[in-house]
Design a protein around this ligand. Structure first.
Ligand SMILES: Nc1ncnc2c1ncn2[C@@H]1O[C@H](COP(=O)(O)OP(=O)(O)OP(=O)(O)O)[C@@H](O)[C@H]1O
Length: 258
């Protein structure tokens, strides 16, 4: 059974239609990655799933009693504020030493409990955010660009940790990343979003696409090629026009970047 299901979801923000007719489900224990260009609605989609945004149209169905853990893109903490990792994990709700230690261990951040938040490396900091998200024992872990600011080996190590979390705790993972080549190995499914679901499929389908090979060969340009991959339909780049898109979504189902 799906943990979360979006049925024909549309979200408007002011005059702009950010998401149109999005159908999506997150299955139990899967790792699902959302990729898409800047402004394609990835964060809006996550916020809609969490319940922070109410859709303008369509439905979001969450499994009864679903527990969601959220790892934000980044969190600014005043570097002059004395705050240990242990205290941070007890904000806003106090947790036991045992629960804090367990969460840090699952997140691969053992031994940092007494350190100041301001003294952590980027990778350690993200692991502490991950540990905090795990405190609620989530069925679904949601990460929004959680590796922003980490170098590639740091990102790869973080995603390996995410796989370990899924293996150890059995939670599903939904994440947004720009680093398709890094998250690929860790994902069961990839969805390309550009205001609507452009295409979706297993990562190996995406990996076999010429655009993906271009990604390895040409770095950022390759990544852009992937995000801007051609379809036999046109995108409504102005999302705010309110015009319905005329293409058929079905042709892209289960077919990766093409
Ligand atoms: N609260 C808001 N009010 C008005 N417009 C918004 C709001 N939130 C998002 N938008 C607009 O919706 C569009 C999609 O934003 P969103 O942050 O979801 O995209 P994204 O894919 O996560 O982008 P990025 O990759 O740059 O993080 C953007 O054009 C943004 O300006």
């Amino acid at each position: 059974m799906s943990l979360v299901e979006l049925k024909d979801v549309t979200v408007r923000q002011g005059a702009q239609t950010v998401l149109q007719h999005v159908d999506l489900s997150v299955r139990s224990a899967e790792i699902l990655t959302i990729v898409g260009p800047n402004g394609s609605g990835k964060s809006t989609l996550l916020r809609t799933i969490i319940g922070a945004i109410r859709p303008t149209g369509g439905q979001v169905v969450r499994k009864a009693g679903l527990r969601i853990g959220y790892v934000p893109q980044k969190l600014h903490i005043d570097p002059t504020l004395p705050l240990t990792v242990r205290r941070f994990l007890s904000l806003p709700d106090r947790v036991s030493d045992d629960a804090a230690a367990r969460a840090l261990s699952h997140a691969g951040a053992e031994g940092v409990s007494s350190q100041q938040m301001a003294s952590l490396s980027g990778g350690q900091f993200q692991r502490v955010l991950l540990a905090r998200a795990l405190l609620s024992r989530p069925d679904l872990l949601i990460l929004d660009e959680a590796t922003q600011g980490l170098d590639q080996p740091g990102s790869a190590a973080f995603y390996r940790q995410i796989e370990a979390v899924r293996r150890d705790l059995g939670c599903a993972v939904l994440m947004v990343s720009h680093e398709l080549h890094v998250v690929m190995a860790a994902s069961d499914r990839v969805i390309c979003l550009n205001g609507h679901v452009c295409c979706e499929g297993a990562p190996e389908h995406v990996a076999s696409a010429p655009e993906y090979r271009a990604l390895f060969g040409t770095g950022t340009q390759g990544a852009l090629a992937l995000y801007r991959h051609e379809h036999n339909h046109t995108h409504d780049h102005a999302h705010g026009t309110g015009h319905a898109q005329s293409h058929d979504h079905k042709h892209d189902k289960d077919r990766a970047a093409s």
